[in-house]
Design a protein around this ligand. Structure first.
Ligand code: NAP
Ligand code: MG
Length: 404
């Protein structure tokens, strides 16, 4: 079979630990035998981030602005233990945080539905997509420890020098304080991405914040969504037969357990971080979830929603067998290749992405899966495969789908 051709390279962001091991297996077994893979490679592995003083992360985000589509492997966000483990020059920031701050936009996370992996919540029949705002709030905070009694104020100095002040707290002892921000422009593009995504997938859109408590900050989110909906989207939603629904975040948490799913749930940055992990594990597995950052400027970054699976990596290093689920990482690649195919007018590449996903799901539905799924499947007699065995089983399935 002649290899499928690409035009524009993908931005390839390599990562850490077990996901880095799977990254190479996926390229070797599922991609390069079939596709003339073109990528611009950035090594976001922690060692190389440290060597480049994290410049490589910035370069990879700049490349995404230039080329439009990126695929990212999970990466370590260093903490004190990692600084010691890797002998780091400093505790580098989260690469995802850096990249999202540069690209702006919204992260859409959708569970991958597979027969035999049933949601824990019995009434969920259709996937729920989380749309997570990827800018600001606690991810771009400024924090301080307050050593003792004193006053903390918010001070805004306008360009003309005039000031606005608000008392945060009059401390009579030690404590902590935090400053967070967001931007009308970013919230507007978040809202726009959510409305467009709901329209393109013909699903209702829910949005929730805590505006009863946060009467200015969260309320601003609520107002921007409402204004944009009224001025630009109401008629299109009605024509598409879908609804926009605003409520409180705690109300969604309660309602969620009684719906049949099938809608898009827009979340502020922190809510989306937490709720997407809750949803993915309730739908089956952290590794059965797609994740794509859609930037308002037309850039796309595909990734797995889970981390680097550190515990499995240490077993792997000791030569012990591992059974790590590569599905979300495979879908990051298929998502990026499909988008590249769409943008470059390459139907063959889009078709390959469809077949790669189909082959992955078919492998699991045939009863061959990694340990995390074998533990929870309702299929009789599942066969638990090792990390590479599973990828090879997908490759066999893919070859037969491609007639290769
Ligand atoms: P994690 O890597 O997602 O793993 C947590 C646990 O979930 C694993 O120990 C494993 O459970 C299970 N798991 C996750 N992905 C799996 C997969 N593909 N197949 C099978 N089981 C899977 O989270 P973490 O241990 O909290 O974080 C590890 C590192 O990842 C950290 O350094 C963190 O900074 C980084 N991280 C990166 C990203 C990202 O780049 N997007 C996101 C989150 C975390 P069992 O051990 O019980 O099998
Ligand atoms: Mg998270």
């Amino acid at each position: 079979m002649a290899k499928i051709q690409m035009k524009t390279p993908l931005v390839e962001m390599d990562g850490d630990e077990m996901t880095r091991i799977m990254w190479k297996m996926i390229k070797d077994d599922l991609l390069t035998p079939f596709v003339d893979l073109k990528t611009e490679y950035y090594d976001l592995g922690l060692k190389h981030r440290d060597e480049t003083n994290d410049q490589v992360t910035i370069d990879s985000a700049e490349a995404t602005k230039r080329l439009g589509v990126a695929v990212k492997c999970a990466t370590i966000t260093p903490n004190a233990a990692r600084v010691e483990e890797y002998g780091l020059k400093q505790m580098w920031k989260s690469p995802n945080g850096t990249i999202r701050a540069m690209l702006d936009g919204t992260v859409f996370r959708t569970p991958i539905q597979v027969k035999g992996i049933e949601p824990q919540v019995k009434c969920w029949k259709k996937p729920i997509t989380i749309a997570r705002h990827a800018y600001g709030d606690v991810y771009k905070n400024t924090e301080m420890r307050i050593p003792g009694p004193g006053k903390v104020e918010l001070v805004y100095t306008a360009a003309d020098g005039t000031e606005q002040r608000a008392l945060v707290h009059e401390f009579d002892g030690a404590g902590v304080v935090q400053g967070v921000h967001n931007l009308d422009a970013s919230i507007t593009s978040f809202a726009r991405s959510c409305f467009e995504y709901a329209l393109s997938t013909k699903r209702d859109l829910w949005f929730a914040t805590k505006d009863t408590i946060s009467k200015t900050y969260d309320h601003r989110f609520k107002d921007i969504f409402a204004e944009l909906y009224e001025s630009e989207y109401k008629e299109r939603f009605e024509a598409a037969g879908i609804t926009y629904f605003y409520t409180l975040i705690d109300d969604v948490a309660a309602r969620l357990m009684r719906t049949e799913g099938g809608f898009v749930w827009a979340c502020k940055n922190y809510d989306g971080d937490v709720m997407s992990d809750l949803l993915s594990s309730a739908f089956g597995s952290l590794a059965l979830m797609t994740s794509v950052l859609v930037s308002p400027h037309g850039y796309y970054e595909y990734e797995a929603a889970h981390g680097t699976v550190q515990r499995h990596y240490y077993k792997y290093l000791k030569g012990e067998p591992t059974s790590t689920n590569s599905v979300a990482t495979i879908f990051a690649w298929s998502g990026a290749l499909r988008k590249r195919g769409e943008l470059d007018g390459l139907p063959e590449l889009q078709d390959f992405a469809d077949k790669l996903e189909h082959a992955t799901i078919a492998t699991i539905e045939s009863g061959r899966m990694t340990g995390d799924l074998a533990r929870i499947t309702t299929l009789p007699n599942p066969v638990k495969l090792g990390t590479e065995e599973f990828i090879q089983a997908v490759a066999d399935e893919l070859r037969s789908e491609l007639g290769a």
